[in-house]
Design a binder for this molecule. Sequence first.
Ligand code: PLP
Length: 286
Amino acid sequence: RFAYVNGLYLRHAEAVVHVEDRGYQFADGVYEVCEIRNGRLIDEALHMARLERSLRELRITMPMSLPALGVVMREVVRRNRVREGLVYLQVTRGVAPRNHLFPAEGTPPSIVVTAKSAPSRAGDSKAEKGVSVISVPDNRWERVDIKTVSLLPNVLAKQAAKEAGAYEAWFVDADGMVTEGSSTNAWIVTADGKLVTRPAESGILRGITRTVLFEVAKAAGYRIEERPFSIAEAQAAREAFFTAATAVVMPVVELDGKPIANGAPGTIATELRRRFHEFAAVAPAR
Ligand code: PLP
């Protein structure tokens, strides 16, 4: 395996960053994860636009032009011979003597790109059975709209899920409403077939899969309601699912130990998963 690190393509085992990288010391950086399907980057332009936004919000310099970044990502995918999998990209504020203040002007940001094969195609086998979710209090900072590598609450939530025999954790805000998953956006389907997901304006990362699913679902005739929902509403819902580049559309069959509907993956979630794949296969590069 190979990784791109600050201008070099290195063997994965030798791909390292400096001990005083701001990402290592302060989690002072941002990232993106893109699905690769049939050797193509899915929704690349949307991921790149979100990367630029995350960097702008944190006042980190864009390390290279978007076209150059596209070349690097493709080269990493190619060198790793990935057909189905994920590409990971991380940019940090660079290497500087440890100090909370931003480094001196002109300090170059660090950039790392890796790619890996995911033989199960974004969880196809998992999606056939559906997954269990637990809820945890949302104790994250307020800027969860930025895709930063500062993910400690997300790490703890995902681990708590695993230790409870579940696959994902959904964060719940102080008002008892679901914000999002540890690395996914949360959705439910109402009795009359409406899709409900939290507005992107507060408490969540604006997932690219979420954005694209709006388009896919609307084209298929579904109505979407952007509003918060509670765990109790989700447990009583017709279906529940979550979205992410790493999971596409993943049916949720159990929430805090309660089965959702009959405890099998919902037909709408399953249909949307299929439609998302079909859409990604034919959509022009964007
Ligand atoms: N929410 C959080 C907290 C995430 O970390 C992610 C993805 O990593 C998502 C939502 C889903 O975003 P996307 O669909 O762009 O993968």
